[in-house]
Design a protein around this ligand. Sequence first.
Ligand code: CA
Length: 423
Amino acid sequence: MPAPTLLTSWVDGADGSGFPAEHLPFGTFSVGGDRPRVGVRIGDQVLDMPRLADNGLLPAKLDGTDAAEVFAALTLNPFLALGPDAWHAVRARLADLVCDPASRARVEPALVPVAAARSHLPIAVADYVDFYSSLEHATNLGRLFRPEGEPLLPNWRHLPVAYHGRAGTVVVSGTPVVRPAGQRRLPDGSIVFGPTTRLDIELELGFVVGAPSQHGRPVPIGEAADHVFGVVLVNDWSARDIQGWEAQPLGPFLGKSFATTMSAWVTPLEALAGCNVDGPVQDPEPLAYLRLDEPWGLALDLEVGLRPAGADPGDPPATISRTSAAGLYWRLPQQVAHLTVNGAHLRTGDLLASGTISGPETGSQGSLMELTQGGAQAIEVAGQQRTFLEDGDEVVLRGQARPADGVTIELGEAAGRIVPATP
Ligand code: CA
């Protein structure tokens, strides 16, 4: 088989970085105090999209809408709503612009260094749905919560279990996370109010919905991916003590809704086309509406970094977990098909998170709950002991994919530092 042709960009440092011309993730940014607008990352630069449009370097109309207006928006939503043909056309045009040396003089004035750009929440989050799609994670938690019985509940292998989360508290990477307070039950049975003492992380992939669907019409599994623009990293922060006390019988509420961090850059699904692999075999075979006829495992390497309070801010975070999204039991098209099978529709800006991603080996779990056996066994992090997060700790999620030989894609990081509870 001939080696795939790699793109070569004239943007310094883009080739061989995690943000080559094959990647082109979308976000929103501002410089100084100016107005946020749409940007696309190439190497360590951001393409100022309204500026490219104003200079006539993008198609003037996208599906009948003025491109300059679409990209001057405060969020990606107007662009996402246009659907896959427009997404593809713009990406193809951008790849030409950053690779063709003849375009350099006209494009260079629209480049802004990442270091000078402030990232904003890239989408207006419509609905936030959190799935529970990792077999290993569901099994680990089942063993912790129900040591006597079957770790998996009877429904788990038949449908992608999920709950509706709080869209309004999804924040962009870098936003501090205030330690939440709430009710919890102490081992002696007394009920107290105060800051959580079991603050945890959840390493997840998030899928960003672009094209909406119609209320009352389920999205067939074969059409599901056409509605999804791209992928982000998500940290679904969790207060385990609040969650454990409140969640009976209706599930997560305040233990989850205080903050959810997503990365600033949305990696288009199109850029990950080369990462599709066979996922795990599903047994029993799912019902017809959940049956996949394509592989849909995503070969994405994921890691959790933790920089404990007091560590030198110049030190890289210590890696406390490494795993892969390829092992996720329930895949994206199944999540979309299930979410809409009752007639509920997709909206532009919906964020569908995978649920915590854990692998089978020690050190591949996506939450501290699992890494520390429910807080029973501390792990060492850069010379300190941790069960759950302490004030000042910073968590950084990273992801990496290799869609072709010689091409590496870095998902934008999802980072957040814990600040003390509000008195
Ligand atoms: Ca979660």
